[in-house]
Design a protein around this ligand. Structure first.
Ligand SMILES: [Zn+2]
Ligand SMILES: [Zn+2]
Length: 351
């Protein structure tokens, strides 16, 4: 068995060839606070592949702190189109491009029952709305990283949506407010990671999450906490906490049915005075290994053991330049020309 330092320091621990490392990039609620970004999970594999499941607001700052080259990301997957899961699309697109990615962005996300609620529509409109952004970067940055390959998949089926390099990713429906949301299962080298996205307790999860090595399941703060701490009226607290999401006791029921090697609960404000009540509620049904997720919690997974730690990172990070070779070589486009009357006002004329 490998031994690990007490904390995870980026760039100091190469993954073993048979190892999976999962990092919580965001574990909080749909509004931000410094301690917890919106939803996002990074999965790194011993074969060199790296995937991100969801990219809500705040998650990309945490990703940057891990000092992973942007070019080293294999693909990004969205579970559904709530902003707390896809809000940082512009960061994974434009941010990673200017940070060193010189291949097209690969993004996967679910359809819905109407095209305007689907992932392809979302990406197309995001790209259109940022036309000024991408076009004004011509002439400065290579344009290879501006490209996006969008892979929209059917939300309504249990099916394999990605299979490459020994990695299989399966999507299955999540039961969350309306048609479209999915949960994701990643299988590689005999290891299995399951991520609920947002869902109320469902038979899809019980069927597809059974026996996962790590199962990340959503739960919200308790109805009492939503009333007392968030100031929600009771009706709204119940709607959010138990109809749109799984309350902690309900999540515990699903976790007990799935019986993972490690269960991880996320999507709630995790504080010293909220966590005990949430854990107690989960424990009404689930007695197995459990972590209440915090941002930058790191899970090293092998056949022998699962190690849970916190990452220690720097705030003043620069992009990792390891894979910037192509970024430097790639040709830049032709710049747009501003109006002459604007250009003529330059104190130091450049054009
Ligand atoms: Zn949602
Ligand atoms: Zn959510």
């Amino acid at each position: 068995m490998s031994s690990y330092r007490e904390h995870y320091f980026p760039n100091t621990e190469p993954l073993r060839a048979d190892e999976m490392r999962i990092t919580a990039l965001g574990t909080g609620r749909p509004f931000l606070r410094p301690a917890q970004a919106n939803a996002g999970w990074l999965i790194e594999l011993g074969n060199g592949d790296r995937f991100m499941f969801d990219f809500g607001f705040g998650t990309q700052s945490n990703f940057g702190a891990l000092e992973i080259p942007y070019q080293a990301m294999t693909a990004y997957f969205a579970t559904h189109l709530h902003t707390d899961h896809v809000g940082e699309f512009a960061q994974i697109w434009i941010g990673s491009w200017l940070g060193g990615r010189s291949v097209p962005l690969e993004v996967y996300g679910p359809s819905s029952n109407q095209p305007q609620f689907g992932f392809a529509h979302f990406i197309q409109k995001q790209r259109e709305s940022y036309a000024w952004d991408t076009e004004t970067r011509r002439g400065t940055a290579n344009m290879l990283g501006a490209d996006v390959n969008v892979h929209e998949f059917d939300y309504s089926k249990v099916h394999v949506i990605y299979e490459k390099n020994g990695v299989k990713i399966t999507s299955f429906p999540a039961v969350h407010i309306y048609d479209g949301p999915v949960s994701l299962k990643l299988e590689w080298n005999g290891l299995c990671f399951v991520y609920s996205g947002d869902t109320t307790p469902s038979h899809f999860m019980i069927e597809n999450g059974k026996g996962a090595d790590v199962l990340v399941h959503e739960t919200f703060n308790t109805v009492k906490q939503l009333i007392e701490r968030s100031g929600y009226p009771e009706r709204m607290a119940r709607a959010v906490g138990t109809v749109a999401h799984s309350d902690p006791a309900e999540a515990g029921k699903v976790l007990a049915e799935c019986n993972p090697r490690l269960a991880v609960a996320f999507h709630f404000f995790n504080d010293f005075d909220t966590a005990p009540e949430i854990e107690a509620a989960i424990r009404t049904h689930y007695k197995g290994p459990l972590a209440l997720a915090k941002d930058m919690m790191v899970f090293n997974v092998t056949k022998e053991q699962i190690v849970t730690r916190m990452a220690v990172t720097s705030s003043h990070v620069w992009p990792n330049k390891e894979l910037h070779g192509d970024f430097r070589k790639a040709p830049v486009g032709k710049p747009m020309q501003m109006s002459r009357w604007l250009a003529d006002k330059q104190v130091f004329p450049k054009f």
